[in-house]
Design a protein. Structure first.
Length: 141
């Protein structure tokens, strides 16, 4: 399973009518090697196939709901209220991690008794997933 001292990472995905990319996002989260993750999906009342895709993976999702909301901020706030993690990660529909080890690499050595914020670089890829459009410069603070 996971080590007792591994902080819990709550990953919150907000989606509305995202059947085109939601499965990629879900797989990006549930295939992480870091196992102390709670996954929350807040759907804004999708009318396409989004909910069917969420249901397909619901055994890997701690909490999900599909209901009308007031936009992405409202959806993320609903997710925060359902979370119990030490750290939060926000994913929109179509977002994902560059590798299955991304969370493990970011959380390596993090002591949640001492650390309040953990951040990683952003990498944007094209819609087909083949080309890198942008990589955020590493800045040590």
């Amino acid at each position: 399973m996971f080590k007792i001292d591994e902080p819990t990472v709550s990953i919150i995905t907000a989606v509305f009518n995202g059947e085109r990319h939601i499965e990629e996002t879900i797989l990006s989260v549930i295939n992480q090697t870091y196992k102390n993750i709670e996954y929350i999906i807040i759907d804004g009342g999708s009318t396409d196939g989004t909910v069917d895709i969420i249901k397909k993976y619901e055994r890997n999702i701690k909490y999900w709901i599909s209901e009308k909301d007031k936009g992405i901020s409202d959806a993320f706030n609903k997710g925060v209220l359902q979370s119990s993690g030490d750290f939060l990660n926000f994913q929109g529909d179509g977002d994902g991690f560059c590798s299955n080890n991304a969370i493990a690499e970011v959380m390596n050595g993090v002591d949640c008794q001492k650390v309040m914020l953990v951040s990683a670089r952003i990498k944007r890829i094209d819609k087909e997933g083949g080309g890198t459009l942008f990589v955020k410069k590493y800045e040590k603070i």
